[in-house]
Design a protein around this ligand. Structure first.
Ligand SMILES: Nc1ncnc2c1ncn2[C@@H]1O[C@H](COP(=O)(O)OP(=O)(O)OP(=O)(O)O)[C@@H](O)[C@H]1O
Length: 443
């Protein structure tokens, strides 16, 4: 494969040189332009894979007008060329204008090389994918939180608002709704994005080890403590700690966590001296903490410390508008991973995907689609390839009473063509009893 060619446009020779050095060390070929006119000339003459454009062209201007003008000329001659703009630190307004004018992404100066390379790689991959599958949906960079429903748009708008504030976040939602993914996303767009992100699954660590796991221990503190060891909070210092399944924390762990949140200090097991830690806490749970509080299993004071911001991830069945996008993207990814021909869904298959109740949420959807990608013979995934139990979630033996009721009511309504009276009769219910149940399902 020939090397990818990146054009660097900046009037400052030292910035051009250092960008070129970073890019060349990663195997890219580079060219550089010291003025907008030179950049246009080079773009017209050669084939380039991406443009890195410093918007603050000319050291004495900070308005970015010259850079923006160049950006729009570039987009006129090559609309598909990924343009990554560099802006002065804190000039988010300028970055937004650049994105509106067609820039693919932006970086603030001083940039970090790893982030620069990450952004560049993602944009090159996107553009390559766009070219290869012009007719298909555009694959997004790995790790993007795919969504198109109004519900999830609202969630993501809230996320965008709170990611920058250094406050604790509590993410609630059923298993597989993407809580872990969202926690990572929040960290990655927060000011702590380049600091450690440490996960502790409070459901998985045995109670006897949890304290030393979280806070560390001194050598000899207990039989297996052969060396001094920092805990997860210390490892996460300056960064983010993600406490998964916080609902599973014992009351004594809860008390210790509350202590850390209150005074920002931890003490290793077997030590007397507390240590200061600066950690942003993100917690997640699929349990109903209010219910736990009422039952005495969860501390109310800890709950209020954790939920400064609470983000509820709705179950997939309550955001069916996300399903076509998620299923489509999962299908393309699985098909390419397994080298299979599947590209899209037959209408009956898509109808089944959007009506299934998805008790395992997005994780289950990803599995079902991956299996379908393997099973489908041609480009189209058919209903049978999905291997979903028709119109219902699990076999009735594995349903909860609620799920079974929902299933029976939905089936009766479907059989009766939406005629509630006939459906009620089929289920042996009076019309008013049937309506009551129907109403409770819609809550
Ligand atoms: N909106 C989304 N876009 C793309 N992938 C998603 C999305 N939501 C979830 N996923 C994928 O679904 C899987 C489950 O997500 P995740 O592990 O974050 O869920 P969770 O709610 O933390 O689950 P659990 O409660 O079981 O730990 C992951 O593979 C994740 O990448």
């Amino acid at each position: 494969m020939s090397r990818q060619r990146i054009l660097i446009a900046d009037d400052q020779a030292d910035i051009r040189a250092s960008l070129a050095l970073v890019l060349q060390s990663e195997g890219y070929e580079t060219g550089s332009a010291a003025s907008p006119a030179e950049a246009m000339l080079l773009l017209e003459r050669g084939a380039w894979d991406a443009l890195l454009l410093d918007l603050n062209f000319r050291a004495d201007t900070t308005s970015g007008e010259e850079g923006l003008a160049l950006l729009s000329s570039v987009k006129q001659i090559n609309a598909d060329l990924p343009v990554i703009v560099l802006t002065g630190w804190g000039s988010v307004g300028l970055a937004v204008r650049a994105l509106r004018a067609g820039a693919a992404d932006f970086l603030e100066k001083p940039w970090e090389n790893t982030r620069l390379l990450g952004v560049l790689r993602a944009q090159l991959a996107l553009e390559a994918a766009r070219r290869a599958t012009a007719a298909l949906t555009i694959p997004l960079p790995q790790g993007a939180i795919l969504h198109s429903s109004a519900t999830m748009r609202a969630v993501m708008a809230l996320v965008a608002k709170i990611a920058h504030a250094d406050v604790p976040v509590l993410i609630t939602g059923e298993s597989g709704t993407g809580k872990g993914m969202l926690a990572r996303h929040i960290a990655s767009v927060s000011p702590r994005h380049d600091k450690p992100f440490v996960t502790v699954d409070l459901g998985a660590v045995p109670e006897t080890l949890i304290e030393s796991e979280l806070f560390g221990h001194a050598r000899g503190a207990f039989t297996d403590a052969k060396t001094d060891r920092p805990g997860r909070f210390e490892i996460a210092n300056d960064g983010v700690i993600f406490l998964d399944e916080i609902g599973n924390a014992s009351l004594s762990t809860q008390a210790r966590l509350l202590g850390v949140l209150e005074d920002g200090q931890i003490t290793r097991v077997g030590e007397a001296r507390p240590r200061r830690v600066d950690v942003r806490l993100i917690a997640a749970t699929n349990a109903d903490l209010q219910e736990r509080i009422a039952a005495g299993g969860f501390r109310r004071d800890l709950f209020f410390r954790l939920n400064t911001v609470e983000i509820a991830l709705p179950p997939l069945r309550e955001r069916i508008d996300d399903i076509p996008l998620l299923a489509g993207q999962f299908l393309l990814a699985s098909a390419s991973r397994h080298n299979r021909p599947a590209r899209g869904f037959a209408p009956d298959a898509m109808a089944a995907l959007t009506t299934y109740s998805w008790p395992g949420n997005v994780r289950e959807l990803a599995h079902v689609v991956e299996r379908a990608a393997l099973l489908a013979e041609g480009e189209t995934v058919h209903l049978a390839d999905l291997r979903l139990t028709p119109a219902g979630p699990a076999p009735v033996e594995r349903m909860t009473l609620d799920q079974a009721e929902r299933y029976l009511i939905q089936r009766a309504m479907a059989d009766a063509g939406g005629d509630a009276e006939a459906a009620a009769k089929q289920l042996g219910l009076s019309r008013s009893a049937f309506y009551r149940r129907l109403a409770s399902l819609r809550k």
